[in-house]
Design a protein around this ligand. Structure first.
Ligand SMILES: Nc1ncnc2c1ncn2[C@@H]1O[C@H](COP(=O)(O)OP(=O)(O)OP(=O)(O)O)[C@@H](O)[C@H]1O
Length: 618
């Protein structure tokens, strides 16, 4: 199904299972205490100071309005005084009001300042939590699209979460202000409170409805937004630029982007228009109610029931409260919406890896005595009907160098991932020294296995860091890093770089220098030598090396890792023949196993491919 059809499906889904009801929105508020615990743990001092400042700020509007009333009443009294007027009380009131106005300004600034610092700290903390948690999850989980969407939503909403924090704090602050103002209003006329509620409830319901629609829309569009991000990235990135140019793909990518983004824009636009129309209508009700109440107060003033000062106090309180209530209600549905997004973060953080160590894990034997045994191992990828490998039974002896050979897609990478326990066999089991691999401590096992993948990461960091990632605890051990580089033949090329081992590699950052494919491979290969692993796996790590370099690398490799167990994947038979034994895979099944000479003597599939390559056909 094309991506666009998927988009249509997602939009139609929006009205169905993805739709979040008001009740669910309210339910999501249960995430707030957890959210606050996260904020609290980010910085207790800043959270408390923020709350205190907001409390002070919350009490100021009532105080300012009341002093305003006293000032007006005093002015009117003074107008009627004949002869010498004593203005002391009036000036005292004005000075007080001025003081409060300054205080109000200072607290506002303090709050903005703390919100911003706390927000930054909180964002950093959640980003770190996300990275750390993602590291605990299984490789298979990353290959699942639903999981990826969840991760994406959790990651994307960092800004939403910071806004949510300020909103919740502002909500508490405004509620306290309203509480203060309500006391004043009730003291003069309780009916005004009722009018006030009538004024704001319709707006609130409207806001809730539209927030829920916009959340559903944006949620159901997560996969498409991921695609948009992807298109944006491949459309303008150092890694893709050369193919985009040579194949002249920019028009194709721009069109694809436009098609998808226009669709979202139109859906969002119609929602925004409806929201604006309804919002204006509903808030007009509030304005009418306010003027109703105002006229009532005016009548009372003219009739002499209340003073002019009280008129300004009541009108001011009423107007203030209307604004605050409106704000609280609008914010309420935004908070509920933000809390729904929080659900994505908590859902992600609650995801647990499937591959877990047992209750009493065994340490990996040192040294490994017998080696690894595959017993009828089969593996299917998630959401795949096809067996990637099946009925695999063989023994990898301790200290043996085994080469895996087979056509593309034969299952070689899958086999080594199973060996490193990145995946769990779907059927059968893998034993290490007679015990199921699952019985061993996972961390220890990962530590004892060094694996360099064909799609190893080209870290846009220094040459030294690029090697140190093989054993990150030794990042400061320059001696070890350089020795590893010498072993993998990377040292001479690093020495030639302007900054040597401190040279930033790759083009992404300023001063970065990119390497050729083969040079990158030599650097990546040095990672294998950083580790004191007992099992080394090299998955086509030399495919970009020229024939002579590959030969040399492998000769050195066999020499340097004497006594260790190794699995090599390569399509070059000249390399493969250096292994003690060769395992030939075909469509996930073990076809042939033996030394180079034995397999040649068998005159089977391996012999056939070897001859072809020797004659220069492969
Ligand atoms: N993440 C994945 N999800 C689903 N299927 C996968 C995944 N990775 C590999 N496969 C499938 O599993 C089978 C074995 O793939 P594998 O990568 O192990 O082959 P390989 O022998 O290493 O191939 P190559 O020589 O091309 O690297 C293939 O049919 C492949 O399409």
């Amino acid at each position: 199904m094309s991506k666009i059809n998927k988009g249509e499906r997602a939009v139609s889904k929006q009205a169905g299972d993805e739709k979040k009801t008001f009740r669910e929105q309210l339910g999501a508020l249960k995430n707030l205490p957890k959210f606050f615990r996260l904020i609290w743990s980010t910085s207790k001092g800043m959270t408390v100071s923020n709350m205190l400042l907001r409390l002070v700020k919350a009490s100021l509007p009532l105080a300012l309005l009341y002093i305003g009333k006293l000032i007006i009443d005093e002015v009117i009294r003074l107008i009627d005084v004949t002869g010498d007027r004593n203005m002391t009380y009036l000036w005292a009131l004005v000075a007080l009001e001025l003081g409060l106005a300054v205080l109000s300004d200072l607290t506002s600034r303090g709050i903005t300042f703390l919100d911003s610092l706390l927000g930054d700290l909180f964002t950093n903390k959640t980003s770190i939590t996300l990275i750390e948690h993602a590291a605990t999850l299984d490789l298979a989980q990353f290959e699942d699209a639903t999981f990826y969407d969840k991760l994406e939503r959790a990651r994307r909403q960092t800004v939403t979460r910071v806004v949510l924090m300020s909103q919740v704090l502002a909500q508490v602050q405004d509620s306290v202000t309203i509480g203060f103002l309500a006391v004043g209003l009730i003291a003069f006329n309780p009916w005004l409170i009722l009018i006030l509620l009538i004024a704001v409830i319709p707006s609130f319901l409207g806001e809730t409805h539209f927030n829920e629609r916009s959340y559903s829309l944006s949620r159901s569009w997560t996969p498409e937004r991921r695609e948009l991000d992807y298109l944006r990235y491949i459309g303008a990135s150092d890694e893709t630029a050369k193919e985009i140019k040579t194949f002249n793909l920019s028009g194709f990518l721009a069109n694809r982007f436009k098609l998808l983004s226009d669709r979202y824009y139109n859906l969002n636009k119609s929602l925004t228009i409806r929201r604006a129309i309804w919002g204006s209508g509903l808030s007009a009700i509030g304005t009418f109610a306010y003027y109703g109440a105002y006229i009532f107060i005016l009548f009372q003033t003219v009739a002499g029931v209340i003073t002019v000062g009280t008129l300004t106090f009541l009108a001011g309180s009423f107007n203030n409260m209307r604004g605050l209530l409106q704000g609280i209600m609008t914010r309420f549905s935004q908070i509920a919406e933000g809390a729904l997004y929080l659900q994505d973060l908590f859902d992600f953080l609650e995801l647990q890896p499937q591959i877990t160590p047992p209750a009493n894990p065994l340490p990996v034997p040192r040294p490994i005595q017998k080696g690894f045994t595959f017993e009828n191992v089969g593996f299917k990828y998630l959401n795949s009907e096809k067996w990637a490998v099946r009925h695999l039974s063989f023994h990898l002896r301790a200290g043996e160098k085994l080469a895996l050979v087979g056509e593309n897609g034969a299952g070689k990478t899958t086999l080594v991932k199973l060996l490193a326990r990145l995946y769990e066999p779907t059927e059968g089991k893998i034993l290490l020294d007679g015990m199921d691999l699952r019985e061993y401590d996972l961390q220890d096992l990962r530590h004892q296995v060094g694996i360099i993948f064909q799609d190893y990461v080209r870290f846009q960091m220094t040459a030294s860091d690029n090697i140190a990632v093989g054993q990150i605890s030794n990042i400061a051990d320059h001696e070890r890093i350089q020795t590893s580089a010498r072993k993998s033949l990377a040292d001479p090329l690093i020495q030639r770089l302007p900054d040597g081992y401190n040279q930033v590699l790759g083009k992404r950052f300023n001063q970065g220098i990119d390497l050729s494919g083969g040079e990158w491979q030599k650097v990546a290969l040095a990672r294998a030598y950083m580790r004191e692993a007992q099992l080394l796996i090299l998955d086509e790590p030399t495919s970009a090396l020229d024939a002579r370099a590959e030969h040399e690398v492998f000769l050195r490799f066999s020499e340097l890792i004497k006594g260790k167990t190794a699995v090599l994947i390569s399509h070059r038979f000249s390399t493969v023949r250096m292994a003690d034994r060769i395992l030939f895979l075909e469509q996930g099944q073990l076809k042939e196993l033996g030394s180079h000479e034995e397999l040649l003597a068998q005159n089977g599939k391996y012999a056939e491919l070897f001859m072809l390559q020797a004659r220069g056909y492969l």
